[in-house]
Design a protein around this ligand. Structure first.
Ligand SMILES: Cc1cc2nc3c(=O)[nH]c(=O)nc-3n(C[C@H](O)[C@H](O)[C@H](O)COP(=O)(O)OP(=O)(O)OC[C@H]3O[C@@H](n4cnc5c(N)ncnc54)[C@H](O)[C@@H]3O)c2cc1C
Ligand code: SF4
Ligand code: SF4
Length: 468
């Protein structure tokens, strides 16, 4: 297997749009695709810049897998390792107690709380993270630099929206002594760690790599698709808040808020995710193709990583709970100290339990990836080389079909939405997606016999508990 050139990454749609290549190019630019994703405009790169980027592009380089990079940048001699979780020192569930970080956050506000702490205590001068865009070209969210807690708080919550790093990295390049923290998805951090090996100034500047667990990233069109289903046409949509907490409901049953360009708060539309097509994360609508070829869920090169505690013991709380894995002795100590002061709540959780919260995502990116890459190899198609070897997992016919259908949902969502916009009719997308999603759902329905057995087991367990 050959690693992909940068041209192949872009032409074969394996680009995640991180912008790292453009950040290191004098005139290199990131551009929009019609699918609502970013790619580099390689015509603006020199041949030398293109070749250099193959050493850090997360989809191009073969030798620097996450494990290799982690061994170089983390204190691995003081950490344990668990497949899927990567290296770990301490693993917890928890939430922010201080301020309104928890209510304003996606999960429980620990990411922004930690960033605020690092800023306040002078460990960093600024935080690079994702906020509402300030330009008026229709972009909703972009990477920006926050230098104060107030500025940081305007950028809370997850954005399931393409973002790229070239602008902010070029900005901090002008201040070589600046100390920064970066909040980023696993593939962005993987690329960044590899880039730091080539760029010592950047390595010196980035003091903390704060990872967020990643199921997959969606295109800009997903935002418009949600907004349109809430009754706001794409040209009238300003913003989507992807994570609106709905009180009284389990944390996993969150909603989204569609905000129109014109109108006050009364015109904002809050809709539970369960009520829209594409609200089920497992369906993977508008997913980037690169995400089908990614095996890092837990940001394995991050100093610390945060996700949602999708576990029965936490999910009932609509305020949300984080899971976290610290690979930094400094950050673990800081968190434990702050927990003693009741600024954050930390509940020790075994590494296996942390992984349990991400089982379905991990399965898609382990056995699913082994299936997809084996299939591509058979067809003689090039794909990014990852740690999961093609065909390394044995799958039933049913599982293979499940993965095939997920990909059909992905490709149908991208193409049918473009057609819907051309026809100015949302139903073009909805009617193309409905039958594929229905067939997929049927395929994954638990058979009646199993449902009855599970119910009997649950009742039996309850009775036993009552007697004891
Ligand atoms: C694309 C995506 C997919 C995800 N998939 C999963 C998943 O499958 N399982 C899971 O448990 N968790 C997933 N998460 C993480 C989860 O949604 C929360 O972001 C995480 O638990 C932190 O929550 P918090 O309340 O502590 O964050 P907050 O305190 O709300 O802070 C969030 C911080 O992240 C920054 N941010 C927001 N969006 C992005 C982005 N796209 N790229 C970089 N920085 C960003 C914000 O600017 C802010 O600083 C995903 C997040 C994203 C963005
Ligand atoms: S470095 Fe990032 S933006 Fe550039 S080609 Fe690779 S994935 Fe795409
Ligand atoms: S799934 Fe992987 S490739 Fe896709 S955005 Fe997340 S970390 Fe990046």
């Amino acid at each position: 297997m050959q690693h992909l050139t940068l041209k192949q990454v872009v032409e074969l749609d394996y680009c995640v749009g991180c912008g790292l290549c453009a950040s290191q190019s004098k005139n290199g630019k990131m551009v929009d695709t019609k699918f609502g994703t970013y790619i580099p405009d390689l015509a603006t790169f020199t041949d030398e810049e293109e070749r250099a980027a193959e050493h850090f592009c997360p989809s191009a380089k073969v030798s620097d897998a996450e494990d290799t990079l982690a061994k170089e940048c983390l204190p691995v001699d003081q950490l344990e390792y668990l497949d899927g979780l990567g290296y770990y020192q301490k693993t917890y569930a928890g939430y922010a107690l201080e301020g309104d970080f928890r209510s304003q956050g996606s999960s429980a506000g620990l990411v922004n709380w930690l960033c605020a702490k690092l800023l306040e205590d002078g460990h960093v001068d600024s935080v690079l993270h994702v906020k509402e865009a300030v330009n008026d070209d229709g972009t909703m969210y972009s990477y920006q630099e926050s230098t104060s807690v107030e500025a940081l708080q305007t950028g809370a919550k997850s954005k399931y929206y393409p973002i790229e790093l070239s602008g902010v990295l070029k900005l901090i390049e002008q201040a070589p002594n600046k100390k920064v923290a970066v909040v980023a998805l696993p593939c962005f951090l993987k690329g960044l760690r590899a880039l730091e090996k080539k760029n010592p100034t950047l390595k010196k500047q980035i003091k903390f790599h704060i990872g967020i667990v990643c199921g997959h990233l969606k295109s800009k069109n997903y935002a418009e698709f949600l907004g349109w289903q809430a009754g706001i046409e794409p040209e009238n949509l300003r913003l989507i808040d992807y994570r609106t907490k709905l009180s009284g409901r389990p944390a996993s049953r969150y909603g989204f808020t569609a905000i129109p360009k014109v109108g006050d708060e009364d015109s904002w539309v809050i809709t539970p995710m369960t009520e829209v097509v594409g609200g089920n994360w497992g369906h993977g609508v508008f997913k980037l193709k690169a995400c089908e070829y990614c095996d890092d869920v837990m940001a394995e090169t991050a100093d610390i990583v945060f996700g949602d505690a999708w576990l029965p013991e936490f999910v009932a709380d609509s305020q949300g709970t984080n899971i976290l894995n610290s690979r930094s002795l400094f950050l673990t100590e800081l968190l434990e100290r702050e927990a003693e002061k009741s600024n954050v709540k930390l509940i020790e959780l075994s590494p296996e339990r942390v992984l349990d919260s991400q089982r379905s995502g991990l399965r898609h990116r382990r056995e699913g990836l082994s299936y997809r890459s084996a299939r591509d190899m058979k067809k003689g198609e090039a794909f990014p080389v990852k740690r999961v070897s093609p065909g390394s997992h044995k799958l039933t016919k049913h599982r293979k079909l499940t993965y095939d259908y997920r990909e059909t949902i992905r490709t149908t969502s991208h193409s049918s939405f473009i057609a819907a916009k051309e026809h100015k009719d949302l139903h073009v997308a909805l009617s193309a997606l409905a039958p594929v999603i229905q067939t997929y759902a049927k395929l994954n329905q638990t058979p009646l016999r199993n449902r009855v057995i599970n119910k009997v087991k649950r009742i039996g367990k309850k009775l036993l508990n009552v007697r004891s």
